[in-house]
Design a protein around this ligand. Sequence first.
Ligand code: PLP
Length: 382
Amino acid sequence: MIPLAEPVMAGNEWRYIKDCLDTGWVSSAGSFVNRFEDGVARYLGVAHAVAVVNGTAALHLALIIAGVKKDDIVLVPTLTFVAPVNVARYVGASPIFFDCDPGTLCLDVNQIAQFLNSECEKRGSGMTYYKKTGQRVGAVIPVNALGHPTDMDALTEVCRQYKVCVIEDATESLGSEYKGKKAGVLGDIGCLSFNGNKIITTGGGGMIVTNNEEWAKRVRHLSTQAKKDPLRYDHDEIGYNYRLTNIQAAFGVAQLEKLDEYAARKREIANRYRELFDGFAGKLKVLQEASWAKSNYWLSTIQVAADMKEPLLAYLIAQGIQARPIWNLIHTLPMYKESMVYGGDALCARAAWESCLNIPCSVNITNEQLEAVSAAVKSYFT
Ligand SMILES: Cc1ncc(COP(=O)(O)O)c(C=O)c1O
């Protein structure tokens, strides 16, 4: 079987993790936690980075520190992994779903601007409310889909105007760039994931990054049970046990040392697929970055005719190739069926869902395996 995206441990992982075991620093304090946070902050050029247990926890805390509360609205893409939508519900807010850009598959930022300009109003508090229901618009969560950054300039501009917090879901896009700036630091708060299938992993892990010192302090506090006093069991609000362990951080420090190499390999893989599928233009397309973006190509994605997707998926799996569809549109899931989809439908997201497949692209995939995957895809069409 050729896996979709498996983790690669080819650096100092054993050495750093052994250090934790040898010294007894295995839990949520220890020098690797600080080293991992400092390393990511330096890499991204951001003032603060706080490590947490996973990307979902990072998104959850991001909404809390952004002040998103019960009955607020959170603007989200419908084409995404489900976590950034679920976290809106964790804080009692409701999602409104938006379509994607057909080229990048990221949030259609023009739709967000249209919604804020025509359906919302700023009130005396400076906050923005959805006119139809009177709910406050708490945040927008652009998701950098499949590693590709969102077109952030237009989004951050309109959100600044309406005082809507931008929480960049960069869980898939570490190593990507938007107009020369690193993905993850393009909004008010960025969230990262180090899940096993991500470009670098800690087994499970996440991080919140921000230039706002107050927010960073609050995340640290909330992620450690909101403990006020290191000695006494004194807590000043409802906190969470969300801190990453030193063992996981040690894993992360080793992986971070390889990030540039892994991102370069992911780009090479996507480009190689493009070459290998040359001549199949009428039948399939390899998703390509926008002119203003440098994608980490976390996943390599092909687009085929809608009636080909499912049969091709089944064919590849039968050949031992771990192809995968992209996510079901979130507004079609039972928990979100009643939620609003701006514009009534999400035609580009639906078209992407109907036509996109992810194909194997682990950092350690061999060139022979790339050829085997492309040969299998081509054999389906010939
Ligand atoms: C877009 C997106 N957001 C959030 C998450 C959640 O991250 P984690 O699995 O680390 O909780 C993931 C994936 O894992 C994701 O792909």
